[in-house]
Design a protein around this ligand. Structure first.
Ligand SMILES: N[C@@H](CCC(=O)N[C@@H](CS)C(=O)NCC(=O)O)C(=O)O
Length: 174
């Protein structure tokens, strides 16, 4: 079997989006070189060539550059055969699981996340508390029904799934 391509991972451990890729790399036990990017200062010309948006995370896989956290996480899952992170296999049950996970993530960003950043940016405790209540209510109304069979992980999986990989970034900064 061919050696896997060397992986260089440009990241910042404070970035919740980058956590998606960190979690996928850890779940899959992949070896990689980590390069810290300080996004509090202007990005270097070299980094902007790797990622013209200047954002983290970015994954360099051999000679290929993969950008955007969700795409990086899915790419990693798809790049290794038989991972538990539900790669595209062509099997109908995997396709259904992927669709359900995608809907779960979409629901969070469409219905819940809108309360999250305003709560962080709230100027008063009263405002923050009110947004916190709205956030919790939205979780109960929108997310809980999609987690009926979660135990311990999405869809009854015994291991972390891509649903958690793509959601944990928010939990991790709560
Ligand atoms: N949609 C991007 C968002 C990544 C993102 O916003 N990263 C932030 C750090 S958490 C960043 O690099 N900010 C620096 C900048 O935008 O200049 C992804 O999911 O990868």
């Amino acid at each position: 079997m061919e050696d896997p391509a060397p992986i260089v991972f440009y990241t910042n451990r404070n970035c919740p989006w980058a956590h998606r890729a960190h979690i996928a790399l850890a779940e899959m036990g992949l070896c990689y070189k980590e390069v810290h990017i300080d996004y509090s200062v202007p990005r270097t010309r070299e980094y902007l060539q790797i990622n013209p948006r200047g954002q983290v995370p970015t994954l360099v896989y051999g000679t290929q550059i993969i950008r955007e956290s969700a795409i990086v996480a899915q790419f990693l899952a798809d790049s290794v055969p038989s991972t538990h992170l539900t790669p595209r296999t062509g099997e109908p049950e995997d396709a259904v699981m992927r669709a359900q996970m995608a809907y779960f993530v979409e629901t969070y960003f469409a219905r819940v996340n809108k309360y999250y950043y305003p709560a962080i940016a709230a100027q008063t405790e009263v405002e923050a508390d009110a947004l916190g209540v709205q956030f919790n209510d939205a979780v109960c109304a929108e997310m809980e029904p999609l987690l009926q069979d979660a135990g311990p992980f999405f869809g009854g999986s015994k291991q972390l799934t891509m649903a958690e990989v793509r959601q944990l970034h928010t939990v991790s900064v709560c």
